[in-house]
Structures are given as C-alpha cells and as structure tokens.
Design a protein around this ligand. Structure first.
Ligand code: 2HG
Ligand code: ZN
Length: 479
C-alpha cells in the first residue's frame, strides 16, 4: 500500500479514537464548529479534521497523546478573541482543533494566600467574579473579558488595562498545569510564592501561543479588592506631556496609578461617530487625551485629594489643558467607554490595519512624531492612535481613506505601511508586538525583528519539547 494511503488510514483511526475519548458531547460539527474555525477579526477562514471539546484534563492528555502518535497537529483554542490568528487551524486533514471551553471550573480560591486555581476554559470575567466573591481582585482586565478565557490569556501573556500596576498575565502566575506534546501532564500547581528548585518551567508556556503544550489550569495571584477609585479624563498638551504627567501622577499619588490610557482625537471621533451613547467629554475638543485612574484597597486613601493635587501641578506646568473627574460610577463608565470601545468603533468604521507596538515610555512621543510623516509619504490613510501609554504600548492603527474598503487597503498599501511602523519601532528599540502576540499574522515579523540568537533558542526549545512539530503548527515560529 502506498505510504500516503497508510497515513490516511492511520489518521482516520486516530480521529475515530479521539472522538471516542471525548464522547458525542465533546465533538463539534458543521454550524457548531464553524465559529471556532474563523478568527475574531475575520482575517482567516480555517479548517480542521476534527473539532473537539474535552471536559477533563485526562481527556485533553489522551487526545494529545493520540495526535502525537499519529502525527496530527493540535491547535488549542480558548475564547477565540485573539487578533493574530493563533487559535485558527489551517489543515482540514491533519489538524485537530482542541477547544478548552469545557474545562471551566474555578478549582479553588485561597483567601489566605490570595491565589486562585482556575482551569483554562474559565472565562476571564467569571474568574474576576469568583475572586470578587472573596473580596479579592484578579487584576487582568480587558475589553474582551466577557469571552476571553484564562488559558488563552496565559498562552498569549495578555496585557490589558491595568498592566501598569499589576503587570501582564506572566506576572500573575504562580503555577501551571500543562499537557505536554507527548500527552504527559506537567502538574505544577503548588502555588508557592517562593520555590527556587531549578528552571522556571512555567515561563516557557506563558506567551508560547500553544506551540509547546496545552495549558489546562493555573494558579493565579489575587490582590485586595480596590475600595476607592478616582478617574480623570484629561486633555493634554502633547504625548510628551501625557508621559510627563504620568510620571508626576505616579510620584505624587504614592504610586496609586492603575491605568494611564492615551486616546487621540481621531480615535475619540470614531467612538463619537459609531458608538451609541458616547458623548464629547469636555467642552472644547483637544488633540490628545489621557484617561488616568488611581485606585487603592484603602477606602480612606484620600485619592481624590491626591488626584486633584496631581492635576493642579499638571495644569500649572502646562501638561494639562482641561479635564474632568468622574463623580459617580456612571460617569466613570462613560469615560472608560470612550477608551474601551475604540476597537469596536474602528470595526464599525470598516476596519483597520492594526499595530500593537511598544517602545520605552520616554520614546513614545518620538515614535509618533516620526511615524506620522513616514506613513504619509507611503500612501493616503487615516490614523487611530490610542493605547496603554503607561506600558509604552500604542495601538497605532491605520484606516483606509474614506470610501476605500479595508480588504483592498490591507494588501496594498497596508503591508508597506505596517513595515514602516514596525521598522520604526525596531529602530527605537521597541517591539512589533507588545500584547497581541505573533500567531500566524506576524510570523515574518518575528523572523525579521527578533534577535537571531533568540529565534534560534526558541527553535531549540520547540525541537526539545515538540520534536514532531504537532503543537499549533505554523504559528509563531512558522514552519
Ligand atoms: C485594546 O487595547 C486592545 O483595546 C485592542 O488591545 C487594540 O483593536 C486594537 O487595535
Ligand atoms: Zn491593547
């Protein structure tokens, strides 16, 4: 029998075995499988030989073992909210889509040690609520928290809106449970704060985008829940002024700043145009805005007075032109909406070519000052610039000129514009992907901008853990 036919028989038998392992409730077909085969942004239409949703870690391990033995690819998927196509399978014969959504138990909240043990398929918002029931905070927070899952957050080292205070997902992890590419389970869920017993193995899987194994559970750090918050929407003189003001706010508030989000006038205009209920926040329009939030677990922290002092200093030195402080939860939500719903507004406007770059905070203004003319020289476009300036992370998004469709624009001149943005980030010592990861979308960028020694080390790790290349094939490191 020709080799190819033998392989096909082996694959068919392996797929039947996988279906048996997960049982009828664990196999998705047709209309149920279709949404999992498309990515959030609609950039990719994927295909898989089988779409499964195991309900236990043992089932995940058994499925991966069968895939390993039959050399079938495994594409892990959480809430499927990623921006880079990292959770989309691309082979209708030799890849299995493994959804973690049925592994959705919070196994434990330890309110003495301030930790949570949660399975990969727990939706982020549910994990936050579970912590809140104990008066604790899981600080990871982002627009997609109603659908994004813990496993995806870990695998992409998610960032979001409170990184400035609490760090990215990587900094919130005390332990992991991972199904390795050969089906073995690495169960490292002790949740110890201190444990100097060799390499930090969990670090390999955080941000690995499912290329080294399948994360099935994690021990996460929790914090006291904030009891007081103060939120200000400020018109600032420039991006430089926003960064100086952030430093001032951190120093003068006793480091109580949780979020410092930049919104350009052009991004705000998109929100005002496309999002129902969005209102102009200040009397006079301005070019640059900063959303600044302070929080404390102490309900008597005097945050309002601290914020007012910071703002008075910022006004006197010319960093702030105008501003408003939220006086109620409703006002706070109205201000946050103007920032959080920029991605939705871009989508409603027809879509954007997204850039998720980071540079040192002190170089953000230089980045924008150089990027704008450089892009203008390439082709006509519109810009929507916003993001987490407290983390040095800008979403420098490019929209087609009015009247032009995004699909046509994405190919030409979108790619040339992206190269221009990424080249500049690299030149300023920054990153082409601060928080959205690599997936399939930015494989070439990793090759182009990451240090060759780092890429070689990553490839060596991949070979050591996954010698047959079954884990999320083609993602991050390419073929
Ligand atoms: C955000 O900060 C997200 O809102 C999405 O990272 C950014 O859509 C984008 O470009
Ligand atoms: Zn972001």
């Amino acid at each position: 029998m020709p080799a190819i036919q033998v392989n096909m028989i082996q694959h068919a038998a392996a797929l039947a075995e996988i279906a048996r392992i997960v049982g009828p409730a664990g196999v998705l077909a047709d209309a149920d499988a279709a949404p999992l085969l498309r990515d959030e942004r609609g950039l990719y239409r994927g295909a898989a030989a089988l779409v499964v949703r195991p309900s236990t870690v043992e089932q995940v391990a058994a499925v991966v073992r069968v895939c390993h033995d039959a050399r079938l690819g495994v594409v892990p998927q959480g809430g499927n909210t990623g921006y880079c196509g990292g959770a989309t399978p691309f082979d209708g014969e030799r890849q299995v889509l493994l959804s973690l959504s049925r592994l959705n138990r919070v196994r434990e909240v330890d309110d003495v040690g301030f930790t949570m043990t949660a399975e990969a398929g727990v939706v982020l918002a549910n994990a936050q609520s579970a912590a809140r029931e104990h008066g604790l905070l899981l600080p990871l927070s982002m627009g997609s928290e109603g659908s994004a899952q813990i496993g995806g957050n870990l695998s992409t080292n998610a960032g979001g809106l409170a990184v400035l205070r609490y760090g990215t997902m990587r900094e919130l992890v005390l332990g992991l449970e991972v199904v390795l590419p050969n089906g073995e389970v690495l169960s490292a869920l002790k949740g110890l704060r201190k444990d100097n017993t060799g390499y930090d193995l969990k670090a390999m899987f955080l941000g690995a985008e499912g290329t080294l194994g399948v994360i099935t559970a994690a021990v996460l750090k929790l914090f006291p829940e904030p009891r007081s918050r103060q939120t200000a929407w400020l018109a600032v003189a420039s991006l430089d002024a926003a960064c100086t003001l952030l430093g001032r706010a951190r120093r003068e508030s006793g480091d109580q700043v949780v979020s410092a989000e930049y919104v350009s006038r052009r991004s705000l205009d998109l929100v005002l145009k496309h999002v129902a209920g969005a209102r102009e926040p200040l009397e006079q329009p301005a070019t640059h805005y900063l959303l600044l939030e302070l929080a404390s677990a102490d309900d008597d922290a005097g945050l309002r007075a601290k914020l007012e002092r910071v703002l008075a200093g910022g006004l006197a030195s010319g960093e702030i032109l105008d501003g408003t402080i939220a006086d109620s939860l409703a006002q706070r939500s109205a201000l946050w909406m103007l920032r959080e719903r920029v991605p939705e507004a871009e989508k409603r406007d027809g879509g954007s070519v997204k850039h998720d770059v980071s540079v040192r905070i002190g170089r953000i203004a230089e980045f924008v000052a150089r990027a704008e003319p450089a892009l203008a020289a390439v082709a006509p476009h519109r810009l929507s610039i916003y993001g987490h300036i407290g983390d040095g992370n800008l979403h420098f998004n490019v929209l087609p000129p009015a009247g032009q469709g995004i699909d046509e624009f994405r190919a030409e001149p979108g790619e040339a514009l992206s190269t221009c943005v990424h080249d500049l980030a690299a030149e300023l010592g920054g990153s082409f992907s601060a928080e959205h990861g690599v997936g399939i979308l930015k494989v070439h960028e990793l090759e182009r901008y990451q240090l060759p020694t780092a890429v070689a080390l990553m490839r060596a790790m991949k070979r050591a853990l996954d010698p047959h290349g079954i884990m999320n094939p083609g993602k991050m490191l390419g073929r």
